[in-house]
Design a binder for this molecule. Structure first.
Ligand code: 5RP
Length: 239
């Protein structure tokens, strides 16, 4: 019974339901990863069955692919789709400028590729993700496995020159050994506390050779939909 859901889940569901209103027949959709994005995939599947809505989804992870396939949502790779109309994804944090931290679910690389290969990225969240400044949530950074320890040392050294409150760099554990992403890389989490200049930090981290991508999404999201436990949702930005 979904009415027995915890408040945060009801908020996520409300955000997903509001974002579903932006979906039009024939669209090519980027499908995000995580528990909020899973609500969107579920509601999308329901609406397709109920209304005969036709869309093509491009999943940002193997988990989302499996979920969407189970619901009978037609899927394509990003190469097959070419360009997307809309991407709907969750976030771990967002600020007033719609900068995001993503990657808590370990899918940040494919998520950023999908989010930047579309006309509009819309983020769906519950209110707990809204922050005055990014950084309380540890920043995920996807790193090539070869020489990952050396890359981590370079990241730690780089952080000395950035406006952050913490500088701990840890390798994310997986089920059996380090976490491995869908693209075969590992993930390190940066406990920064506060990120003074997200765009500058993103550019600097991405200049380190072993870094594949960071979970900082700056200037990518067009809007954030914040769902409340009472089922209402507010939209920040332009859809
Ligand atoms: C996965 C992500 C997720 O969007 C992010 O972690 C939010 O997840 P959730 O909706 O479960 O809170 O970036 O890599």
């Amino acid at each position: 019974m979904t009415d027995d859901l915890p408040a945060a889940e009801r908020g996520k569901r409300a955000a997903a339901a509001r974002a579903l209103e932006f979906v039009e027949d024939g669209m090519k959709l980027g499908l995000g990863t995580g528990s909020t994005a899973a609500w969107f995939v579920d509601l999308l599947g329901q609406r397709m069955r109920a209304e005969g809505l036709r869309v093509t989804g491009v999943p940002s992870s193997s988990r989302t692919r499996a979920r969407a396939e189970g619901l009978g949502i037609p899927l394509a790779t990003l190469d097959e789709a070419g360009w997307l109309d809309l991407t709907i994804d969750g976030a771990d944090e967002f600020d007033a400028d719609l900068n995001l931290i993503k990657g808590g679910g370990g899918a940040l690389l494919r998520e950023k590729i999908v989010a930047t290969a579309c006309d509009r990225m819309v983020v769906i969240t519950d209110p707990s993700k809204e922050v005055a400044r990014l950084g309380a949530y540890p920043l995920p950074v996807e790193v090539v496995r070869f020489g990952a320890s050396a890359t981590m040392r370079l990241i730690a050294a780089l952080l000395e020159h950035h406006d952050v409150d913490g500088r701990d760099v840890t390798r994310r554990p997986g089920g059996d050994g380090p976490y491995i992403s869908d693209e075969g890389n590992t993930i390190v989490d940066l406990a920064l506390g506060r990120i003074g200049d997200p765009a500058r930090l993103n550019a600097a981290l991405n200049a380190i050779p072993g870094v594949v991508e960071t979970g900082l999404f700056c200037g990518i999201a067009a809007a954030v939909v914040v769902g409340e436990p009472d089922g209402t949702a507010r939209v920040i930005g332009q859809i």
